[in-house]
Design a protein around this ligand. Structure first.
Ligand SMILES: Cc1cc2nc3c(=O)[nH]c(=O)nc-3n(C[C@H](O)[C@H](O)[C@H](O)COP(=O)(O)O)c2cc1C
Length: 332
């Protein structure tokens, strides 16, 4: 069967149905622009944003809120722990031009859970119900949620939770197909995304462990998902959305060979355009941790950049690495 090439949520068209996963430290303006330049992305995402702090953050000063006009459509993810945080946070997102709002119900990080947020909320459906109902009252924008599969594999509990989300007005659900405590090395449970899809009438998006066209095809075959959400692979090969758009959804041109040094240098340029000098190097280090996975000796690139004291030094070390590890050398 042909796969639907788009998802429509209220006034928003997500085409192709390929979504960038929210990732703290990574899905900032510079990476979003790099991905956009490669093509194939249906919906961009912010990093998770604390709903409690958001109302007092300055869009000019906060690195989490920096955004250029071409970054569209852009979903903002909220990390909420209490219903009272919802209205002021959503009011702020409206002033920022959000095109969709996502609720983080899946983050397993201990600091997030201690706040009573992220995956902790899946254990408190009554709180989530209040949060979602409040969010639905406050916005006419597409309202989405991102979950993991829960603490243990419990079909009844998961079904009730997902149906509750839909009942309260969630327009689309993204599922990171792992239990709360499962590490990334564990194979994601894509068929569980299919189970969830069978319980709901809203679009369900599969997330977790998609790094290639083959992974995407397998995930779709196992889950029947309405679309895919890509996280780490977006920082390893930012052109993955363009590849999937062409190969899986028959949209957009074929992607030719990727000039990886050029991509890396463009990312540095975008960091320079987007962030104050003191904010750039940390973000380059974070990105390089993933980008280095393109190379058999990538740990040398990662450690060279990691131990750099300035952006210029990191750029020089990366260029020296590319000169040795890329067949065509590097144009830098
Ligand atoms: C560095 C990093 C930061 C992340 N930050 C967030 C976040 O802010 N919000 C969220 O819902 N998930 C976050 N995640 C989880 C991803 O959105 C995604 O669910 C996970 O990486 C699995 O997808 P992948 O295999 O395509 O990377 C993060 C993951 C990573 C690796």
């Amino acid at each position: 069967m042909d796969k639907a090439q788009s998802i429509r949520l209220k006034g928003l068209e997500i085409s192709p149905p390929l979504l960038l996963a929210p990732m703290a430290g990574l899905t900032h303006s510079a990476l979003r622009r790099l991905i956009l330049e490669q093509g194939g992305i249906g919906l961009l995402s912010s990093e998770m944003l604390s709903a409690a702090r958001l109302p007092s953050e300055s869009p000019q000063l906060s690195p989490y809120l920096v955004r250029s006009p071409q970054e569209t459509p852009l979903s903002y993810q909220l990390l909420v722990s209490r219903e009272a945080e919802v209205a002021p946070a959503i009011a702020k997102l409206h002033t920022l031009g959000a095109e969709a709002i996502d609720l983080n119900l899946g983050c397993p990080a201990p600091t997030v859970r201690r706040m009573g947020a992220g995956s902790r909320l899946m254990e408190e459906p009554a709180t989530v119900q209040g949060v979602v109902a409040a969010a639905r009252r406050e916005t006419g924008l597409p309202l989405t949620a991102k979950i993991r599969l829960g603490e243990t594999l419990d079909e009844g509990k998961l079904r009730d939770f997902c149906r509750m989300l839909e009942g309260e007005g969630i327009d689309l659900l993204s599922v990171h197909a792992r239990l709360r405590g499962e590490p990334f090395v564990r194979k994601p449970r894509w068929p569980w995304v299919g189970k969830i899809k069978g319980w709901l009438n809203i679009p369900v998006i599969a997330n977790g462990g998609i790094f290639s066209v083959e992974d995407a095809r397998n995930c779709l075959a196992q889950s029947g998902a309405d679309g895919l959400m890509i996280g780490r692979a977006a920082a390893i090969h930012p052109s993955i959305f363009a590849e999937l758009a062409h190969e899986v959804y028959n949209l957009g041109p074929e992607v030719g060979p990727v000039d990886r040094p050029a991509l890396y240098l463009r990312f540095i340029e975008l960091l320079e355009e987007s962030f104050l000098p003191e904010r750039r190097l940390g973000r380059l280090k974070e990105f390089t941790h993933y980008f280095a996975k393109n190379y058999p000796f990538g740990h040398r690139l990662a450690s060279g950049v990691q131990s750099s004291g300035s952006l210029d030094q990191a750029r020089e070390r990366a260029c020296a690495f590319f000169a040795k590890n890329e067949a065509g050398g590097a144009d830098c």
